[in-house]
Structures are given as C-alpha cells and as structure tokens.
Design a binder for this molecule. Structure first.
Ligand SMILES: *Cc1c(COP(=O)(O)O)cnc(C)c1O
Length: 504
C-alpha cells in the first residue's frame, strides 16, 4: 500500500443534491407534459444508442454539480431517442406499465432511505407498512380473508414481478406436497395453452420441467372457444398422470390471459383439484391476475372473484394498471407456512431475537432474493393520493374507452372483434374478404399494424390466437388501454388512423 492517500472525489453536497434533485423532478414533469409529442415506438436501429456512449467508463468523475450539465444533455441526445414511450397516451401495446407522481415520489424516498427490509429487525417499518398496505389492497379487491395477514396463516408480500410470484408459489407448492406425501415424486404442474410463459419458466427454474419442450411435467391444457382453460381436459390430464404414477401438485389459472384477456374458471379448476384428490395431497392452485386484478377494485367485476376462496395464492401487478411504477407485484397466499418451509434458510449472521420469537414477519422467507427495498412506500402513496374511489374511477374510465373502441370495430364492416372485449383489452382485426385465404388475411393485418406503428402516432401489439374447432389460427391486433394519460381523443385518433390505413 502506498502511504500517499488519494484525493477523494467529493459526494454531492446536500445543497447540490437538492438542486440536481429539483432539476431531475422538473425534467420528469416536463417529460410527462411532452410525452405525447414523441413517436410512441423507438425508431433507432440496433446499436445506435450504444454507439453514442464511450466504450469505457470515465476514469475521472464529474467536477461537482456543474458537470451534470453533460448528463442532462445526454438525457435528451442519447436516452430520449432510444425510448419507446410507455407513458404516451397513445401507447396501447402489450399491457400498460403505469407510473405516476405519487409512485415516483415513493420510489425516490425508498432510494433515499436506502434501507434493506429483508428481516423485520433490519427495518421494522418496511415490513409492517408492507403488510398493512397489502391488507388494505386485499380489502379493496375483496380478496378472501384468508389472504389477509390478520388470518394468522396467510398474508401478502410485494414481489418484483408476477413471474417471481409464480415461481415462489410453485416451489412452496412442491414443498407442501412433498411433506403431505412424505416422499419425493415425479411432479406435474398444469396451466392452459394461453397461460403466460412465466409459468413454464418457473417450472424450468424449479427443475420441475426439463426444458421448454417438457410437456410431461408442465402440461398445457387446451382452452375453450373463449380461450379459457377447459376443466374437463384438466381433469382428464390429472387422472392420466395419477394413473401413470406421476404427482400433480400445481395448477395456475389466469384471470386475464396475456394474449386475449381470457378468464379461466377458477372455481371449476378448484373442483378438479378436489375431485381428483390432488387437493388432499397438498396440491396448490395459483391465480395469476397480473393485469386484470386491478379491475377487482370495482364491485361490478365481483364475478371475477368467483372461486378465489379455493385458491392457495393470488398475484396481480399494481405496476401494470394501478398507477404504481415497476416493480410491484402484490402476491397473496393463504398458506404462508408453505412459503417459509420452502424458502427459509437461516445462517448464523441473520439470527436475531425478533425472528426467533416468531412474532414478526421476515419477508426474505417469502421471496427469492434476500435483500428487498421499501416498495410499500410507493403503493402507500398511490393508495393515499388516489383513494379507493380515485382508483376505481381510473380503471373504469379505461374500460369505458375500450367499450367505445370495441363498438367502433363492430360497427365498421371492414373490421371485426377477434374475441369479445375483456375489460380494457380489445382484440380485433381486419375481417377476411370473401374467399380470402387465412394467410392473406393475416398478412393484411400484419401490414396494417406495421404501418400504424411505423407512423409513430400510436403503438399497438399483436398476438396469434389458436383456431377453435379446426379453424385456422388468427393473427390479431391488441389494443390495451391503460396508460395514465390516455383520453378518449387518443382512442378516437388511433381508430381514425386505422380506418384511414385500412382504406388505402
Ligand atoms: C404481464 C403478465 C405476466 C408477467 O408479468 P411480470 O410482472 O413482468 O413478470 C404474467 N402473467 C400475466 C397474465 C401477465 O399479463
């Protein structure tokens, strides 16, 4: 070691941080104010953004706050042109990925506090506020009391994503089934063909499925004409597997599939679990409502709750449609012991009196990572700022706009709905012309979507829906309404643009 100490680079002083922080918040506020003016989809070629960045990290840091001028310039010159503007009011692709003022302030505060909430004892407020805020949310959604922390056996936790939620559910399920059976088994998990790919990924990660092609250990059950899982086929598959000596242990039902917003019959799935004896041997029913879960806020969608009383876990993403920036998945289980059995490992350096007492929740035992940031803050701010009524009004307005759009599609002879509208998701396409080959209809739809997206005026995505009863598969456009700033005029504008392109 040299004894000449190197000159330390100064931190931002409190004053400098304050000034830059105000400026960054201004920048974000301005971004939101002008986001409508940008082409929605990024129009850069691969490598174009990277080419604007030096190949190596800077050896010398910036000289104080003044040096930040260069950073603010780069936001305009490097970052903005490479963005797809998910916060644009004309962003209708995939599912929404909301952010909002209250959420960003919560995120900023969480970063500033910089606490790790892995154990109750490492920051009691992080744990207790998360538990309470998730109980609030469960109450607003009308989830069964067994999912609330007050049940003593269940409760909620913030996961990063719906994908992590299903992984956690799957490993908890296997551990519970293992204990119920008292032995290892050849495990089988079930989903529908329309289920999100995160379930397959979870099965692969957990070693249940031996790769993406393993249809023996992750069975994808066919769907009905509305793309909902068919419980009769599920039951047949479960009985086949039991007869062959394999052990069913996990099923994922979706409320709002990613492709078309289909709703699986949760109660009927639970009945299959019951009738086949899988439930009695520890079998787990997970409900993935990543996008559609937000609609449960509104009493008029109470029917979606049907069957949740037999679910072992339920997850939805406030980071999709509930004004809370990524990442924030609300995961609920009625059996927190199963999570802890599957995920708890306690090295000496994490032992502490509060955990040993059993009186507190240590959320590290409910998730994959150890560390966790204080994500409850942003949800707390969102719930307090908007209130339940504000959130319901928000969700309802998007559904109303989707209703309008669906009506325009139905009234226009050139277009058709591919499936009935699901909440704020409309799947539609150009109707086949008389005698037209299915592939040609698909091509016309693909071109329509590409021309619309290339215009920069709006951004939609597509899916392919399998054919029903021997019909060919269909290429379909998806309009998912749910951006924070979307108003009727934006929906009207994208419809008029589609009509104009269809007429060309
Ligand atoms: C978006 C979505 C997911 C994945 O969400 P992440 O939080 O990004 O993992 C899973 N399931 C459904 C039904 C979805 O719509």
């Amino acid at each position: 070691m040299s004894d000449a100490r190197e000159k330390a680079v100064p931190h931002l002083s409190p004053e400098e941080f304050r000034r830059l922080g105000h400026r960054m918040v201004d920048w974000i506020a301005d971004y939101w104010a002008r986001v409508e003016s940008f082409p929605v989809r990024a129009a850069v070629a691969p490598g174009e953004v990277a080419a604007k960045l030096p190949a190596h990290a800077p050896e010398e840091g910036l000289e104080g706050a003044e040096g930040w001028e260069a950073i603010f310039r780069d936001l305009e010159d490097v970052v903005l042109p490479g963005l797809t503007h998910w916060q644009s009011p004309s962003f209708f692709a995939y599912f929404p990925s909301n952010t909002s003022g209250p959420a960003v302030l919560g995120e900023l505060l969480s970063a500033g506090l910089g606490v790790q909430g892995m154990l109750w004892s490492t920051s009691p407020a992080a744990t207790e506020m998360e538990t309470r805020v998730l109980d609030w949310l469960a109450g607003l959604l009308g989830l069964p009391a067994a999912f609330q922390s007050g049940s003593g056996t269940g409760g909620g936790v913030i996961q990063g994503t719906a994908s992590e939620a299903v992984l956690v559910a799957l490993v908890a399920a296997r551990e519970r089934a293992r204990r119920a059976l008292g032995r290892e088994a050849e495990w089988v998990a079930y989903t529908s063909t329309q289920t999100h790919s995160s379930v397959l990924k979870a099965a692969m990660l957990a070693g249940v499925a031996n790769g993406a092609q393993d249809g023996v250990h992750l069975r994808q059950i066919d769907t009905d004409g509305g793309y909902a899982l068919r419980p009769d086929l599920l039951e047949k598959a479960v009985r086949e597997d039991l007869a062959a000596g394999r052990q069913p242990f996990f099923v994922c039902a979706s409320l709002g599939t990613t492709s078309s917003g289909a709703m699986d019959p949760v109660r009927a799935v639970g009945e299959v679990w019951e009738r086949t004896g899988v439930r009695a041997s520890g079998g787990w029913l997970h409900v993935d409502a990543a996008w559609a879960g937000s609609a449960l806020l509104c009493p008029e969608y109470a029917a979606l709750r049907e069957g949740l009383e037999v679910a072992d876990s339920f997850a939805f993403n406030p980071h999709k449609w509930l004004l809370t920036n990524f990442d924030c998945d609300a995961f609920y289980t009625r059996d927190r012991k199963a999570l802890i059995d599957a995920l708890s490992v306690t090295p000496e350096y994490l032992r502490n009196a509060a955990s040993a007492s059993g009186a507190v929740i240590d959320y590290r035992d409910w998730q994959v990572p150890l560390g966790r940031r204080f994500r409850a803050l942003k949800l707390w701010f969102v719930l307090r700022h908007y209130g339940a009524r504000g959130l319901r009004t928000y969700v309802r307005e998007h559904i109303r706009l989707a209703e309008r759009f669906a009506a325009w599609v139905e009234e226009d002879a050139r277009f058709e709905l591919a499936v009935p509208r699901s909440l704020s998701l409309v799947c539609f396409r150009l109707e086949p012309r008389p005698g037209e080959a299915p592939g040609d209809t698909d091509t016309r739809n693909r071109l329509l979507l590409e021309r619309l997206n290339a215009s920069g005026q709006a951004f939609l995505s597509h899916t392919v829906l399998p054919g029903v009863d021997g019909a060919p598969a269909r290429y379909v456009l998806r309009l998912a309404i749910g951006a924070v700033r979307t108003e009727e005029r934006h929906v009207r504008a994208v419809w008029e643009r589609l009509v104009a392109l269809a007429g060309e």
